[in-house]
Structure formats: structure tokens, C-alpha cells
Design a protein around this ligand. Structure first.
Ligand code: GTP
Ligand code: IMP
Ligand code: MG
Length: 350
């Protein structure tokens, strides 16, 4: 049973969340791959979102399963599934030009996708350097760290210097802020997860940027006061790719038995796995100040919940798992993933 105070806080939060979420930041709560891509795609369709800005870079693969096609997006925002949504690459992002052009063609978004003129470029030399030196950390070898290092050294090539990007260039912060001025709905799509953050993660086993909610706003050029919702996404268990600590890690056989053995979207490496970690989750709540949570892959812990679309369809144990998270983290769980498809979601906002 919830204590009175917890119950009160949750009730207030549920009322506050309501239906409209003009500016929403979607951020990962563990080590990435929580399923942010699928959640962003769902929100874009359900809320008829006007614009979505992708932060981060091509080291992050966002899986969207839509109309029987599986997309592993590394540049194009996951909101592409909603055809009226404008798509943006944030100024803080790092662009791999070939991957951007290929994905834009594959998802058929030309004419509604733009790149900020100040986003920086990943060049062949960055990829080579990452592959030669990234082994100790277990990087994805996509050149992101070296590209960011060049940006910090003020020697990076910017998008506005690339001929093939000319027709896509714009001022992304200006466009996003103008959409918000007109009461439009905007999603800021984060990458990786809180504990891969360069600042807040398990350094040195981290990625090369801050991955928390504040940094996502900063990368996109949205001031913190303009954000209405911070949606923190957890998977029902924890996975991690590459090196670094993973508390409670289960061995490969057990991960396989539990259905937790995943393959990384970008590198194809096997993801290490562990049970849901409340200590990490609590710290992720502190660092991101979420207004609501999403829990993905509930169907993997509780197969009987596969494809459920309402909370009442969930089994008693699954409901208890969700309620336990709300009780401990004191934040309402508004979205629950029950399958890989974009529409496999229990949406408790309505
Ligand atoms: P990063 O930015 O790289 O951290 O990625 P991400 O958070 O977008 O996650 P990614 O798509 O890499 O990995 C999530 C995996 O879980 C993908 O294979 C998704 O298709 C899958 N997935 C997402 N939500 C659900 C769910 O609710 N149930 C099931 N069964 N699979 C899901
Ligand atoms: P890098 O970001 O390629 O430099 O890799 C640094 C660390 O972050 C490695 O442990 C990677 O496996 C991890 N990493 C980077 N991007 C992702 C991602 O999108 N999902 C999960 N892990 C990631
Ligand atoms: Mg991923």
C-alpha cells in the first residue's frame, strides 16, 4: 500500500501531467538502450507532435518498429513516423554526413528534416582514431569522442561548411522556440543514458557528452524554463554495452534464459544485463528531475503482458512491479512498453 504522503504526491503529479505536453525531454535512466526511440515514436503519433529534435550522435541507435519495418536510427529523429512532424538535428549534435543522407532517404523525410548549421561533423580521421584508441573504454568506434574533442579544441568542421548539407541547414534553436511560441508541441530526443554521461556517469567508462535532461535542452537550444515534461525512460531490467561497472550483472546463460540478452543496434555487440536497479534509478531521478517515467520491456519480465494497451490488462505481478517503482521513486509511471512495436504501449496519461 502507498503511504498517504506518497499517494498525495502521485495524485498531484498525475493531475499535473494531464494531456498536453508542449515541450517534452526524453532521457535515458540507465546505460542507454532503454527504448527511447520507440517511446518518442509513440508520443509523436499519439500527441501529434509538431517538431522533434535529435541530440547526440551516431553512436546511439534508436530502434523503431513501425508498419512491420524495423529502423535502427542513428541520425533521423524517431518521431519521423508521424508525417506532420518537423525533424531537426540539434546544434549540439555531431553529424556523420553519409549516415544522415542515407537515413533521410530511407525514411523518406526529405523536405521536413533540417540540420543546425552549427552542428559539427564526424570525419574519417575521427572514426580511424576512435577505432585505434577506443578499445580501453569499449567505444562504439563511430568517431564521436574524437569529433567532440576537435569541437572542444575549436577546430571542428561545422555543418555549414559541408556542400551536401546546404539544402538542410537552418537555425534549429530559433525554429524550435518559435514553434513553442505558437503553442506547438516539441520533443527533445536524448541519447544513451544517465550513467553513460561524461559528467554524471561511471567515468571513464562513459560516452563523450553529458546525457542528462539539462544537457539535452542545452544541445537543442531550449532554456530549462520552457520545458514542461521530463520523461525519464527505464527498461524493466538494466543493460550495458562496452566496459564499465554493472551491479548485479547476470552471466550470459542467465541473461539468455531471462530473455535479457540483447544485441546492440549500432555495433551488434551483445548487451550485458542486470536486474532493475533502484539505487541507480533513484539517482537518475535526482539528476534529471522527471515529471513522469516510462518503463519499457515489461513484456520481457512478464510475458503474459505482451501487447497490453491498458493498465487493467496487466497481471497482478506486473502491476505490483510498476506500483513498487512509483512508490520508491515517487514519480508516476505514465507509459509502459509491452512489445517492440510503436503502438505496444500502456498510456496512463489519458
Ligand atoms: P540509445 O539512445 O542508443 O540509448 O537507444 P534507445 O533508448 O532508443 O534504445 P534501443 O532502440 O537501442 O534499444 C531498445 C530495444 O528494446 C530495441 O530493440 C527496441 O525495439 C526494444 N524495445 C523497446 N521497447 C520495448 C518494449 O516495450 N518491449 C519489447 N519487447 N521491446 C522493446
Ligand atoms: P562512445 O560513445 O562510442 O565513445 O562509447 C563510449 C561508451 O558508451 C561505450 O561503453 C559504449 O558502448 C557506450 N555507448 C555509446 N553509445 C551508446 C548507446 O547508444 N547505447 C548504449 N551504449 C552506448
Ligand atoms: Mg540504442
Amino acid at each position: 500500500m502507498l503511504e498517504d504522503r506518497t499517494s498525495y504526491i502521485l495524485t498531484i503529479s498525475f493531475l499535473k501531467v494531464g494531456v498536453s505536453m508542449p515541450c517534452t525531454v526524453v532521457v535515458g535512466g540507465f546505460f542507454g538502450d532503454e527504448g527511447k526511440g520507440k517511446i518518442v515514436a509513440y508520443l509523436a503519433l499519439k500527441d501529434e507532435v509538431d517538431a522533434c529534435a535529435r541530440t547526440g550522435s551516431v553512436n546511439a541507435g534508436h530502434t523503431v518498429v513501425w508498419k512491420n519495418v524495423k529502423y535502427g536510427l542513428r541520425m533521423v529523429p524517431s518521431a519521423f513516423v508521424y508525417e506532420n512532424c518537423k525533424l531537426y538535428i540539434a546544434p549540439g549534435a555531431n553529424v556523420n554526413v553519409d549516415i544522415f543522407l542515407k537515413e533521410a532517404a530511407e525514411t523518406n523525410v526529405k523536405g521536413r528534416i533540417w540540420v543546425d548549421r552549427r552542428s559539427s561533423i564526424i570525419e574519417a580521421k575521427h572514426i580511424e582514431l576512435d577505432r585505434a584508441t577506443g578499445g580501453q573504454i569499449g567505444t562504439t568506434g563511430q568517431g564521436v569522442g574524437p569529433a567532440i574533442a576537435d569541437r572542444v579544441r575549436r577546430v571542428a568542421k561545422l555543418a555549414e561548411e559541408v556542400e551536401e548539407l546546404k539544402e538542410y541547414l537552418t537555425d534549429v534553436p530559433l525554429e524550435l522556440n518559435e514553434i513553442l511560441d505558437r503553442n506547438g508541441k516539441v520533443i527533445l530526443e536524448g541519447t544513451q543514458g544517465t550513467f553513460l554521461s561524461l559528467i554524471h556517469g561511471t567515468y571513464p567508462y562513459v560516452t563523450s557528452r553529458d546525457t542528462t535532461a539539462s544537457a539535452i535542452c542545452s544541445e537543442a537550444g531550449i532554456g530549462p524554463k520552457r520545458v514542461d515534461e521530463v520523461l525519464l525512460v527505464f527498461k524493466a531490467y538494466v543493460t550495458r554495452v562496452g566496459k564499465g561497472p554493472l551491479e548485479g550483472e547476470v552471466d550470459r546463460e542467465e541473461a539468455l534464459r531471462k530473455g535479457w540478452l540483447e544485441k546492440a543496434t549500432v555495433t551488434g555487440r551483445e548487451r550485458r544485463a542486470a536486474p532493475f536497479n533502484f539505487n541507480l534509478a533513484q539517482r537518475a531521478v535526482m539528476l534529471n528531475a522527471p515529471t513522469q517515467l516510462a518503463i519499457t520491456k515489461l513484456d520481457v519480465l512478464y510475458p503474459e503482458c505482451t501487447g497490453a494497451r491498458s493498465f487493467s490488462e496487466l497481471s497482478l505481478e506486473a502491476k505490483q512491479f510498476i506500483r513498487g517503482i512509483e512508490e520508491k521513486l515517487k514519480v508516476p509511471v505514465m507509459l509502459i512498453g509491452t512489445g517492440p512495436g510503436v503502438e505496444d504501449v500502456v498510456d496512463r496519461r489519458f
